[in-house]
Design a protein around this ligand. Structure first.
Ligand SMILES: [Ca+2]
Length: 586
């Protein structure tokens, strides 16, 4: 029987509906007011002592392009809200910026929390620009620390040489949740309605942040897009130093040109394993290229920066060992594997970079996140003369253990227990480039396997967490392999229409200028060329080895049959055109 309250509620609904029907069509839509006094402090519970809020209209506003090839955006009309908050008992000042499409009609009804990059908690305009252009209300936070130099972690070390645990907690977990809560509240206050759906969107550090939210605060979001995630940050930060260490220990600082020779030889050796000569080793695990086989070969490097004294260099055992050890990944002095290496065919430019002194000597140029982790987090010194490149294999293994024990509990987003995510109905979607030169994709695969072990196997996990690998793709963007075009749209379809992604649409323009399209397969599936038609076209490939899905799972998707029929026709058309017989279908 319906209670009186329910009856009253139904009556109210009827009244509202009646009013809506009676509303004349020419009534202008609701005009939100972008003024400081529109907004009041969002509720963040205990622990926040001070808030200040400022709102300002920005018209024809432009943003600079962000990292990972995020484009700059021009002519944005936004309400820019800056919320400063301070945590009780600390002197921090955390900025959360919320950008809102100024016109109500430009808002798509959704909220998007945006992630950071490097060791910066947020990117602000670089991430907010594209989000707002896409119709989202969106937020970003600085976590209360400087973010101008995105790879600079000196803020974590206080002047007295101790760790600033407050700022580090902001960066690791707290500010992420607060940015979402503040962003959703400001959005609701501005438009006078709650966002219908809320999402996270981040890559790299932003990907790790997505996993933090998935593990600790899934109820705040409906969907989490967390790509190329720095899941196990303490391991990763140390692993990113490994290529420099092996060069030092082997006594040879190698140039980009020299590394590229090995990369090219690996490609020649393994490109065809996947059936297509396309400059991509789709499954590097199947590639048994051994750099030691190149010893004695001659490399020609024709720019002075590569080889100042001579343009020819013979591959030495030390050089081959360097490449082999970088691909094997970090190890202890007893050769126990600590982490994953860079896959065959991956660029070493980021992690194994070197530079020339004015005297023409080649010297190390380590990745700043890794040296910053060693100096600021582990050695804890502000001494400018500190030089991380002096450490040896034994120091390295000790620092690795220290990093994990001191900071792993806070920084590593690798807890495989996704019970809360599963219970809240929130979806987690990840893609990771197989040729990522900064974060090995194997760490994401390992995490997903651990989740499967704990949470009932692949089919169960697929209901709330899906992973896609992108062969040939680099860090969050770029590379010779097809890059996911709009993974956020795929996540939205999953969250809002109940249609989980089986494939992700991807494309790239290759180093040779060719346009290549592909449907990336849900892990553990891999795309295989069917052996006929144009391999540059998605329709010439099919997914193999994907998780078997029970009949009833497919039945749930029957309601999408009509759109699926259209999709099949499109694919057929593409396939016929791809046969290369010189005709196109209108
Ligand atoms: Ca290939």
């Amino acid at each position: 029987m319906l209670s009186i309250t329910a009856l009253l509620w139904l009556a109210t609904l009827g009244a509202v509906k009646g009013e809506e029907e009676a509303k004349p069509e020419n009534v202008p839509s609701f005009v939100p007011v972008c003024e400081t006094n529109t907004f009041s402090p969002p509720s963040l519970g205990v622990g926040i002592t001070k808030f200040s809020i400022e709102a300002e209209i920005q018209r024809k506003y432009s943003t600079h392009g962000g990292e990972h090839r995020i484009p700059g955006i021009v002519r944005l009309d936004i309400c820019q809200v800056k919320v400063h908050l301070n945590h009780e008992g600390t002197n921090d000042d955390v900025l959360v910026e919320v950008w809102l499409p100024l016109n109500r009609d430009d808002w798509n009804g959704r909220f998007q929390g945006t992630g950071g990059v490097g060791v910066a908690t947020g990117m602000f305009g670089g991430a907010l620009g594209p989000a707002v252009k896409g119709g989202y209300a969106a937020s970003s936070t600085d976590g209360g620390h400087p973010i101008e130099e995105t790879n600079d972690s000196t803020w974590v070390l206080k002047d007295d040489g101790t760790i600033d645990w407050n700022l580090l907690t902001n960066f690791a977990t707290r500010s992420l949740a607060e940015s979402v809560v503040v962003g959703k509240s400001i959005t609701e206050q501005f438009y006078k309605e709650k966002p219908k759906y809320s999402y996270w969107n981040g890559c790299s550090q932003g990907g790790r942040q997505g996993y933090v939210l998935a593990q600790q605060y899934p109820h705040l979001l409906d969907g989490i897009l967390a790509n190329a995630p720095a899941i196990s940050l303490t391991h990763l930060a140390m692993a990113e130093f490994w290529p420099q260490l092996v060069m030092k220990e082997e006594g040879v600082w190698m140039s980009t040109c020299e590394f590229n020779y090995f990369r090219q030889k690996a490609m020649e050796s393994c490109d065809m394993i996947d059936g297509v000569s396309d400059g991509v080793i789709a499954e590097p695990d199947l590639c048994d290229f051994d750099p030691l086989h190149l010893i004695g070969q001659v490399i020609y490097c024709d720019t002075p920066i590569d080889r100042p004294s001579s343009r020819e260099v013979e591959v030495s055992r030390a050089m081959a060992n360097v490449v082999r050890r970088i691909e094997q990944g970090p190890r202890t002095p007893l050769k126990t594997s600590l982490w994953y290496g860079l896959t065959h065919g991956t660029s070493f430019d980021i992690l194994a970079s070197t530079t020339l002194t004015e005297q023409g000597l080649r010297t190390p140029k380590p990745f700043p996140i890794s040296t910053g982790f060693i100096q600021n987090f582990l050695v804890k010194t502000k001494d400018d003369s500190f030089n991380a490149t002096r450490i040896n294999y034994a120091d390295y293994a000790a620092l690795w253990a220290q990093g994990n024990s001191e900071f792993g509990w806070l920084l590593d987003a690798d807890n495989p227990d996704l019970t809360s995510l599963q219970a809240s109905g929130t979806k987690l979607l990840t893609w990771h480039g197989v040729n990522d030169p900064a974060i090995p994709h194997q760490s994401t695969v390992q995490y997903r396997k651990r989740v499967e072990l704990l949470m009932g196997g692949a089919n169960e996990v697929d209901k709330f967490y899906r992973l896609f690998l992108a062969p040939g793709v680099e860090h969050c963007a770029g590379g010779n392999g097809p890059v996911p075009i709009d993974p956020l749209a795929a996540l939205i379809e999953w969250v809002e229409d109940g249609m989980p992604p089986e494939t992700l649409e991807a494309e790239t323009t290759t180093y040779d200028g060719d346009r290549v399209t592909r449907e990336l397969c849900a892990w553990p599936g891999v795309a295989r060329y069917m052996g006929i038609a144009d391999p540059k076209r998605a329709s010439s490939w099919t997914c193999h080895g994907a998780t078997e899905r029970p009949e009833d799972d497919w039945a749930e998707e029957d309601n999408s049959r009509s759109s699926r029929a259209g999709q099949i026709l499109d694919e057929l058309k593409d396939r016929l055109e791809g046969l290369g017989m010189g005709f196109t279908i209108g």
